[in-house]
Design a protein around this ligand. Structure first.
Ligand code: MTE
Length: 315
């Protein structure tokens, strides 16, 4: 199959020409975000009904006053290349994706490797709501009420060995269910990585739901990563494997276009993508462009992780 030109990965112009925007309050956040709201949520079992009909969140804004993106936008405008390169095609193409039974294998450089069944995960780790901004590298963003738990809680159970320096995540490989994986121009499965201290950070989540319900397939069911200060592509979906490793893992996008996508991928308005500026973004559902904040607004919490690093070099 023909290799896809990296310029086709991010067809922002296509999106903006196809879609009508609802005018909303373009809340421009100044300063740094206070990170999340926390309340225990019991996700309802999936019912097959319209996902958004019973969507619920504890508030209508994040802590700096940005409006939540509508449930319909969050669940109908997706990047999930295992299903399609078309953002609006992912939801229908993933509707029958089997997410139960599902196992997540945690291993590598740990004292206690373990394979969890999704039900173990839901019963072991308290699921809270956390409203985070997701800033896609394509310069659009959303404000999403996730339901999930700290990745650190899971990693602590595994007891990382001193040699473990990075965490490597892998998505399910199943071309029969995920038609996009038949496209051999990509090196499947989708892989992502974090430095161990990033993975252990209080803001880093494993999400199992959104808007008070279990994740729908298009948003990465049944379990996906959420790292709100990094570009959206770090937020790997439908994870089956987490390994603690010594060397920095190569991610899906680093392999595909190394000059465009680095390992750190921290949201940085001062470092343009080679083909476009990252200084502003369009909040989905709103009309005005807004200024992009360093670390997506979470600088107060995370900037110290990168003290002394040249973030132009380590993009
Ligand atoms: N994870 C997998 N496995 N495959 C993907 O194509 N796309 C990433 C990320 N996680 C992707 C993925 C990108 S580019 C973005 S912006 C976010 O998922 C989008 O998440 P959302 O569709 O839930 O908004």
């Amino acid at each position: 199959m023909q290799k896809i030109n990296p310029s086709e990965i991010t067809p922002e112009h296509l999106y903006f020409s196809r879609r009508k925007f609802i005018v909303g309050a373009g809340a421009l956040a100044a300063g740094t975000l206070v990170s999340f709201s926390c309340r225990r949520i019991e996700p309802a079992p999936p019912t097959g009904e319209d996902f958004c009909a019973s969507a619920k969140a504890t508030g209508s804004t994040d802590e700096l006053g940005a409006n939540l993106t509508s449930c319909r936008d969050i669940t109908n405008y997706n990047n999930f290349y295992e299903f399609s390169l078309g953002k609006e095609d992912v939801a229908p193409l993933s509707a029958n994706f089997r997410t139960s039974p599902w196992t997540l294998k945690v291993g590598g450089l740990v004292n206690k490797p373990r394979t969890y069944d999704m039900n173990d995960i839901l019963s072991r780790f308290n699921q809270d709501e956390r409203i985070y901004r997701l800033r896609c590298v394509e310069a659009w963003s959303m404000v999403i009420p996730w339901v999930g738990f700290r990745l650190a809680d899971l990693l602590k159970e595994a007891e990382p060995l001193p040699a473990a320096k990075f965490v490597r995540f892998e998505t399910l490989l199943d071309p029969d269910q995920m038609p996009g994986q038949k496209d051999r121009s990509f090196d499947w499965p989708y892989v992502e990585g974090l430095r161990l201290d990033e993975a252990m950070h209080n803001l880093t989540l494993l999400a199992t739901g959104l808007y008070g319900k279990p994740l729908p397939p298009q948003d990465g069911a049944p379990i996906r990563l959420v790292v709100p200060w990094k570009y959206g592509f770090k937020n790997i979906k439908s994870i089956v494997k987490i390994d603690l490793v010594e060397e920095m893992p190569a991610s899906f996008w680093m392999d595909y276009a190394p000059h465009e996508y680095g390992f750190y991928a921290n949201v940085n308005p001062d470092v343009p993508h080679p083909r476009w500026s990252q200084s502003s973004e369009r909040r989905i559902g709103e009309l005005a462009r807004i200024r992009t904040l360093p670390f997506n607004g979470y600088g107060e919490e995370v900037a110290s992780l990168y003290a002394g690093m040249d973030l132009r070099k380590f993009y």
